[in-house]
Design a protein around this ligand. Structure first.
Ligand code: FAD
Ligand code: NAP
Length: 340
């Protein structure tokens, strides 16, 4: 049964904690609810915003349309054999809850993605990634509803066109596709562990763990994240505000000549990934506060709301950072957070 509310505050539904209102607000618990919604005259006359956990969104104004909150629950094994399991998760499941479920069952593949806030359904949007693992490494398929055609669609991983913090859902299917579930392919044995990121390696060494299992990796990631990243429940933020830029080898050589300490990592097609946080830090932004907004003291990629900021102030800060990085390094930082 659909329950459409009017003039709803979104302050507790976005991790920046920005106080804005939605003209209309509805929670979706199954695909039939959504199909019912698509038939209403109200639907055809209003802009639409799909909301998961609000952890990758910056609201800069009230939303003058319908906010559709993704609440479809359920974890279900689709198939399994001796060595693998195919697990379907409803879009409204907590991502970290899903990771903990899998770690608890001894299923490997997403342990490096522990403690990422938000919902399972939003994970394919930017192909979430951390510590050398991306969703695309384990995603089998995505199911959902095409909001213009009112039809159910099933997309294979290949059809999702995943890239670095990219997917078809940020391009051709942006704003017109509601993800209702995702299916992951996970290992039950012979897990492939990713411990190459320095921080994970250091924690395992400090804990004297020489042959780690998936729970050890998950625990390491959780402890690193807790020590480094602000908890949105205490300090409003949406994780990394910018994406790490990628550059050609010629550009990298130019940068290395001027800035020998610049951190970089090999990427696809003779491209190199540059750590955006370092670029921002070199421009003197780390830990800086301007009124109610600022750059986090431990992590320059994270912009924070000290309590009373509005979205426009955060966007202004982001634009100032972009301008400084462009001037100093000739690199344009692209925003990872979705701006509304
Ligand atoms: P929302 O913020 O609600 O939405 C994000 C986008 O997805 C919006 O455009 C929205 O319209 C769309 N969307 C949401 N649900 C659906 C759906 N069901 N169907 C269609 N479209 C939908 N991200 C990483 O990749 N790696 C990290 O390590 C990481 N760490 C973070 C740490 C912190 C402290 C925070 C606050 C954020 C971090 N993030 C990270 C960013 C964020 O958590 C992820 O991008 C997450 O997947 C967003 O999920 P959400 O449910 O909150 O999405
Ligand atoms: P970090 O470990 O200090 O590293 C800084 C940057 O260098 C990262 O962005 C990472 O790229 C890159 N990097 C480090 N070691 C690498 C390696 N061995 N191979 C390839 N690239 C390497 O980063 P951090 O800020 O503490 O974050 C740790 C992880 O959590 C990162 O993967 C980061 O993406 C993820 N994270 C993401 C968000 C978000 O909102 N998107 C927020 C917090 C943390 P990658 O980012 O490509 O991994």
């Amino acid at each position: 049964m659909l329950h459409i509310e009017e003039n709803v505050s979104l302050a507790s539904l976005n991790t920046f904690g920005i106080e804005v209102k939605a003209k209309y607000f509805v929670s979706i618990y199954n695909e039939s609810d959504l199909l019912e919604l698509l038939k209403l005259p109200l639907w055809k006359s209003q802009p639409v915003l799909i909301l998961g956990g609000g952890s990758n969104i910056l609201f800069t104004r009230d939303f003058d349309g319908i906010v559709v909150q993704s609440c479809i629950k359920g974890l279900e094994i689709q198939e399994e054999n001796e060595s693998e399991v195919w697990l379907r998760a409803g879009a409204g499941e907590s991502w970290h809850g899903l990771v903990m479920h899998c770690v608890g069952k001894g299923w490997g593949g997403i342990e490096n993605l522990s403690l990422i806030p938000g919902t399972a359904g939003a994970a394919p949007i930017q192909n979430i990634g951390a510590y050398g693992v991306e969703l695309k490494d384990v995603l089998e398929s995505v199911d959902g509803v095409h909001l213009e055609q009112g039809t159910h669609l099933h997309l294979s991983a290949e059809e999702c066109q995943f890239g670095y913090r990219e997917s078809i859902f940020k391009h051709q299917l942006q704003k017109i596709f509601f993800i209702s579930s995702i299916t992951l392919r996970l290992t039950k044995k012979n897990h492939i562990l990713h411990t190459e990121y320095g921080a994970i390696h250091d924690v395992l060494e400090r804990r004297n763990i020489r042959t780690p299992g998936i729970r050890d990796v998950s625990d390491a990631v959780i402890s690193i994240r807790r020590s480094k990243l602000p908890d949105p429940a205490e300090l409003g933020n949406a994780g990394s505000f910018f994406k790490n830029p990628t550059v050609s080898d010629e550009v990298l050589e130019r940068l290395k000549r001027a800035h020998p300490a610049i951190p970089y990592y090999p990427f696809d097609n003779q491209q190199f990934k540059i750590a955006a946080g370092w670029l921002i830090e070199q421009c003197g932004w780390k830990g800086k506060r301007i009124g109610s907004v600022g750059v986090h003291v431990n992590q320059s990629l994270v912009l924070v709301n000290y309590g009373r900021a509005n979205g426009k102030e955060i966007l202004q800060l982001a634009n100032s950072i972009q301008r400084d990085v462009e001037q100093k390094f000739g690199i344009t930082l692209k925003m990872e957070v979705n701006i509304f």
